[in-house]
Ligand binder design. Structure first.
Ligand code: HEM
Ligand code: HEM
Length: 221
């Protein structure tokens, strides 16, 4: 992914985009939190899926001389997946908080580092040079993917919080809808992560060397 920084005058393209310290901390904190939440989803949907462990609980107890029904075994197996979903919920609160932090960072950032300004400047960039024009298109494409990700993760946070507060009377009627939206939008998040990782790694290996380390040291002179 490109690191062009379209200057306010938009007369040239710089390949060193400044990332403020709060944005970098936010970025790596968010990457960690989302990776952790994906691990909970993966484990709860595979190894610890209630359905898959009922017979295992029955067999283990059988070996100790205790016979339990599938229903009894189910409540034991269910505890494990419940624990994972509880962890998922707690990490979900962290992600929701990080999203709020991203909004505050955006408001507090110097004007030229704001996403809105970067997109506006890049859109107004004028050049007859075909290479620069392609860079501009690519830059805007990448920024729009970020906006798409922010919208998707906001939906995950809103629907996730709605599921977490399922006992709130006015939210009870919406649980099914919230769950469907939450389940569906997860695939957008997975898609984003794949595209993002491939994008930054290709950028690092190709035309935009230093893009990844720029997200570590910030590209500040
Ligand atoms: C779940 C994992 C990740 C998520 C959700 C994520 C999300 C994001 C977001 C939202 C941005 C845009 C920040 C902004 O300007 O508002 C971004 C930028 C960036 N990310 Fe990630 N990221 C993840 C993992 C990674 C990893 C593993 C790397 C490095 C290998 C990485 C490298 C970068 C770089 C270099 C940029 C800046 C690229 C540019 O200037 O256009 N990200 N990431
Ligand atoms: C990367 C972000 C996230 C992904 C990929 C994700 C994925 C999932 C999936 C696949 C489920 C199971 C849905 C089903 O039962 O069909 C789920 C449930 C849930 N998620 Fe998320 N989620 C994310 C973020 C969040 C956030 C930000 C919260 C906020 C608190 C949250 C809270 C919940 C809750 C409370 C449940 C219900 C758990 C239960 O059944 O006990 N999730 N999530």
């Amino acid at each position: 992914m490109p690191t062009e920084n379209f200057a306010e005058t938009t007369t040239s393209i710089s390949f060193n985009q400044i990332h403020s310290l709060p944005l970098r901390i936010w970025h790596w904190g968010t990457s960690l939190a989302i990776t952790a939440t994906l691990i909970t989803v993966l484990l709860a949907s595979t190894l610890f899926k209630t359905k898959n462990n009922i017979s295992m609980v029955q067999e283990q107890l059988q070996q100790k001389g205790v016979t339990v029904s599938a229903n009894q075994a189910r409540s034991v197996a269910h505890e494990y997946s419940d624990k994972l979903w509880d962890t998922h919920k707690i990490i979900g609160y962290v992600i929701s908080f990080l999203l709020l932090a991203r909004l505050i960072i955006e408001i507090a950032q110097p004007s030229e580092q704001k996403m809105k300004m970067k997109i506006r400047n890049a859109s107004s960039f004028q050049s007859n040079n075909i290479i620069e024009k392609n860079e501009q298109k690519h830059y805007l494409f990448v920024k729009r993917i970020y906006l798409f990700f922010y919208a998707a993760i906001l939906i995950m946070a809103i629907t996730g919080l709605g599921l977490a507060f399922e006992d709130t009377p006015w939210l009870k009627d919406f649980q099914k809808t919230l769950r469907s939206i939450h389940s569906f939008v997860q695939y957008i998040i997975y898609g984003y992560i794949v595209i993002h990782l491939v994008g930054v790694l290709l950028g690092e290996a190709g035309k935009h060397k230093g893009v990844v380390s720029g997200m570590i040291h910030g590209n500040k002179s």
